[in-house]
Design a binder for this molecule. Sequence first.
Ligand SMILES: [Zn+2]
Length: 291
Amino acid sequence: MKQDELLIGTMLDGKVRWVLARTTDTVEEARRRHGMSTVATAALGRLMTGTLILASSLKGTESITLRLLGDGPLEGVVAVGNARGEVRGYVREPLVDLPLKASGKLDVGAAVGLGELSVSRSLQNGEVFTGTVPMVSGEVAEDLVHYLLTSEQIPSAMLLGVLVEKDYHVAGAGGLLIQPLPGATEEDIQAIENLLGHLKIGISELIAQNQILEELLGLLMGQLSYRVLERRKVTFCCTCSKERLGDTLVSIGKKEIADLISDGNAEMICHFCNEHYQFNAEELQQILERA
Ligand SMILES: [Zn+2]
């Protein structure tokens, strides 16, 4: 069945771990919700896909938040993912558009800019661990690989891609992570490099042409031995609700809430999914009483 999902497995007799994700519909949902430009869709789509891939090692209610705080015109890209394959995210400036690079590709690096990448893991006991590294290029995959190597000492290869059609819809999105495990040999590393070096088109084009992940996996691995250990469904899913945004309103201050009541109503918008919530005078009055 054609649906967004994530496959987790091993290759080369269990000496190498890989994660392959199809996020086409998830990124399209984010694009539609936020009304994003093409380059904004590519930047957020890559980060959401990378977030889901990193979240594939989480358990239970753990979650992970990735923030690209670059100096480019997008002014920041944020994504949050969890162990259930749910992801949400936004860019600060969704309408930013830039000319294509000379190669004809979207200039995600220029749109994101350079700055810091921070990765926060929220554990089941409520503890949060944050690692921050300087960004390498703003192209996202390179930045995440740099983070994994310098902050978690895990050498990795990662591909992330989003293919946006001329009519703005997302034709293919996804990613591939390959990590040699401690027992991997020089030959295994060489086999991984050969696999990646022989790809003639980007991961987004590969997914656009092979939307069923098992088929794509077979194509990618070629003669190499591999096993699928786990599969997870992937969706765009936000945790917001009218109650939660009402709680935020409680904290803005009594005078501000009273001003909203005299306006007659208020609208709260969730950054992560762009859902609009309306509060009428009666509901605002109840919020004022809680403040
Ligand atoms: Zn939301």
